[in-house]
Design a protein around this ligand. Sequence first.
Ligand code: SAH
Length: 379
Amino acid sequence: MPHFTGPDGRIDIKSLELPEIEAALQGMGSERFRALQVYKWLWQRGVTSFDEMTNVAKPVRALLGERFYIPWLTTLAVQKSIDGTHKFLWQTEDGHRIESVLIPDDERMTLCVSTQVGCAMACSFCLTGDLGLRRNLRPSEIANQPLQVRQALEAQFRISNVVMMGMGEPLHNVDNLIPALRIYLDEQALNFSHRKITVSTVGLIPQMQKLADALPVNLAVSLNATTEEQRRQVMPITRKYSMMALLDACRDLPLPNMKRITFEYVMMAGFNDSMDDAARLAKLMRGIKSKVNLIPYNENPDREIRRPGDARVRQFQHYLVHHGIQASVRVTRGRDISAACGQLGKAPERSDVTPGEKVAVVRIRREGEGYDASFLPDP
Ligand code: SAH
């Protein structure tokens, strides 16, 4: 794989996997095992310079600094929602803006990570699609997001889950996503459990298979419709991979024990929220180890699309559950700071936390929120 380089031509060391760092160190006449030390400095300690790697010999540090550099995202702003959600706005080396969203709830602290600048999938309801695809993120940029959020958090807070649901289509960038995920999963690096990582996709079938072959992470598929025609209307990718081909691929995917595929279903009033849709959706799920996550549409000034009423969402969920489908409703979070699903890429310029200041995450529950959890019937 070609290396990624910085403005001065040096190689981005954080886009390399451990064996590549080993090879580089060997080439410099250093012992192979030093690579693990370097790797840990990069991913566990999060150092910003080779000089901080005090157990690496000085001449080796100097050589490393000549050939490599340690990339970093610049923190432009951290915005805080009234519900405790935090949006981190980053700038890449070449001046692009990307976002990560930290979502605390009762049991979890989920980080939603971006994988591309913009997105090429052009789903009609999603604002990120309006940007088009500017470029893929590098492995280092995908993996620096949780590392830098970790560093920004006050010590008592831990990221428990990661979802690849920020800007971009992760599987459209699968060749950088897989090395990045290896860094997430490596216990010498970010050390996340594969159970706590979810990759969400519009359904790029060959890349889904590639990912499943490479790594055991969770998969989420944005379905959003119950007929081919309906899905084609809002998700152009359906022209390339039909919904039926997608569902067949899901049925055949070699899933590790206990894993289920999550089907995300954005509910849009008058479009895909009828009880006929619920019935079709229940049928489509037959034979697939699945669970459905209903996402009531997040309205915005750029689209005419409306969110269905709570009663309809509940009725839809109820139908699914009574037909044997595990179904939950995603509570909208961070809408006041444009951090909710489908809103990324439209960042207003304000920061509630001074860059560099530690972030304390306090979950503030609002009246009437969270009906979904209390509603879920006993299994
Ligand atoms: N490209 C991947 C990763 C992005 S995940 C994917 O599509 O799965 C973003 C999720 O938010 C997707 O399930 C998408 O369907 C959903 N979404 C997009 N716009 C939305 C909106 N305005 N309201 C609610 N959900 C939305």
